[in-house]
Design a protein around this ligand. Structure first.
Ligand code: UDP
Length: 327
């Protein structure tokens, strides 16, 4: 299939791109390169903003696109609390621009990057897809708005949509050739690994007074390559007029302190850590049930254990101490 990936030069997008190519799809990356990296994008790159509907239509038509994987977004829950406009403009509004462009070009298939943040503070874990949707930060709200638009477009115009709700994506390609390079970095695992890289003296734990066994937030970490594989399966599962939703995680939660300890073991570095105030917009505990993805998509994670996820991330950072070196 001819597939266009918005945000395909980003961390997740570049791994999805590789997985799709290995499965035989023809891929075009559409990325503004504001956050993405040229080196991560492969040869077929259109530099453009999803907000630019005309440029987008041109890219869709010229490349005879049959399906879109929509990854382009701002992704920092903490930042979204202080700059909500950025999130509703860049995540929600561009979702509508993309849907309109797809409608004009007669493209009926989409896989959407959604997030566990749509659940807010869950009433129970592991979270199932039909559980209550109640985001507690603008990031989750901005993505949930797009999910609502997707449902409306599927019903009205016969689009087929698969929405993938990612839990905490981490790790890097086992080759060490592509990995995570956010400027500035805000995610836990790459930040912790900056300590043994000599880039920061220690790590701050955002809140150690949560109602969890060690007081720190619990998250479900998923290897970026396992996440990428789910996109390949999802694109094959798109059905006209239907929206399917899948959680993607490993069904096991790790606290911030447990993640730091895993990084200490992987790197052999003491990694000093100190408690700091809670970060606004953080739920205490997010753990996925991915049973639906396993049964309906036949998704099987290859790297479900946290030490492997951290090991692959560590390998990438050691090989690429300055990331892609382009920012
Ligand atoms: N976190 C932390 N210190 C940091 C960065 C993150 O304690 O320097 C915590 C954060 O509060 C959350 C968890 O680590 O509980 C995962 O945060 P991340 O930003 O990686 O992902 P999110 O859960 O926001 O998608």
């Amino acid at each position: 299939m001819n597939v266009l990936l918005t945000g395909g030069a980003g961390y997740i997008g570049s791994h999805v791109l590789r997985a799709l190519k290995s499965a035989g799809h023809e891929c075009v990356v559409y990325d503004s390169l504001v956050k993405g990296h040229r080196r991560a994008a492969g040869k077929k790159l259109v530099v453009g903003d999803v907000a630019d509907g005309q440029a987008l239509r041109k890219a869709l038509a010229e490349n005879k696109i049959e399906a879109v994987i929509h990854l382009a977004a701002f992704i920092e829950a903490g930042e979204s609390v202080v700059e909500p406009d950025k999130y509703f403009r860049n995540n929600t509004m561009i979702g509508l621009t993309l849907l309109e462009a797809m409608r004009d070009c007669g493209i009926k298939k989409m896989v959407f990057s959604s997030t566990a943040a749509v659940y807010g503070t869950p009433a129970r874990v592991p979270i199932e897809e039909d559980d209550r949707l109640a985001p507690i930060n603008p990031y989750g709200a901005s993505k949930l708005c797009v999910e609502y638009m997707l449902s409306a477009y599927a019903a009205a115009y016969g689009l087929g949509i698969v929405s993938l709700r990612y839990f905490n994506v981490a790790g890097a390609h086992p080759t060490g050739e592509i990995g995570e390079d956010h400027q500035p970095e805000t995610h836990l695992i790459p930040l912790v690994l900056q300590v043994p890289m000599g880039k920061r003296p220690g790590i701050k734990i955002f809140g150690d007074d949560y109602e969890t066994p060690d007081g720190t937030c619990i998250r479900d970490y998923i290897h970026v390559c396992d996440l990428a594989d789910a996109h390949v399966l999802a694109i094959g599962a798109v059905k006209a007029g239907q929206v399917k939703v899948f959680n993607l995680g490993n069904g096991e939660g790790f606290s911030v302190k447990q993640v730091i300890e895993t990084c200490r073991k992987a790197t052999g570095h003491p990694i000093p850590a100190e408690a700091a105030p809670r970060r606004p917009g953080d739920p205490a505990r997010l753990i996925a049930s991915s049973k639906r993805a396993m049964s309906e998509l036949d998704w099987k994670p290859k790297f479900p254990d946290l030490p492997t996820i951290v090991q692959h991330a560590w390998q990438w950072h050691q090989k690429n101490p300055n990331g892609y070196g382009d920012k």
